[in-house]
Design a protein around this ligand. Structure first.
Ligand code: NI
Length: 145
């Protein structure tokens, strides 16, 4: 069967601070740079959610993109858009809000709810130049495997 990868892109704006209180101020500044700014700072995040599957015989769709769009809103972006990721988001409580950890958290929010096919990849851009990709806990679908 032909596997097709379908991606929906979403955006959100959020504040955060990367800071580990178990380390010194100097360590935090050296490690996290601008992301350690004491009074927060924002990013314009871009989230790409990719679902893999076989096109259905009756629709030709792997997944209905309107449904996927709504799912991304209700499970992820409604909770993080215009929020402080350190303080405001229940499912991020106690988690260092690095792009890596956000991608894992978003995967966990989305994967059980994908209506058709299966979640293949969560890609999260923190800036135009910096992004991460997460292929789920099994890593079975990672490139080169
Ligand atoms: Ni930052």
């Amino acid at each position: 069967m032909a596997t097709v990868y379908v991606t929906r892109r979403a955006q959100f704006n959020a504040a955060h601070r990367l800071h580990n209180a178990e380390h010194s101020e100097a360590w935090n500044e050296a490690t996290f740079g601008a992301c350690n700014n004491p009074n927060w700072h924002g990013h314009n995040y871009v989230l790409e959610v990719t679902v893999a599957g076989t096109p259905a015989a009756d629709t030709g769709y792997v997944v209905d993109l309107v449904v996927l769009k709504q799912l991304i809103k209700t499970r992820v972006t409604n909770h993080v858009d215009h929020r402080n990721l350190n303080l405001d988001v229940d499912f991020l409580r106690g988690i260092m809000p690095s792009t890596e950890n956000l991608a894992i958290a978003f995967w966990d929010r989305l994967a059980p709810h994908i209506p058709a096919g299966r979640l293949y990849r969560v890609r999260l851009f923190e800036t135009d130049r910096n992004f991460v990709e997460y292929y789920g806990p099994s890593h079975e679908d990672a490139p080169g495997r």
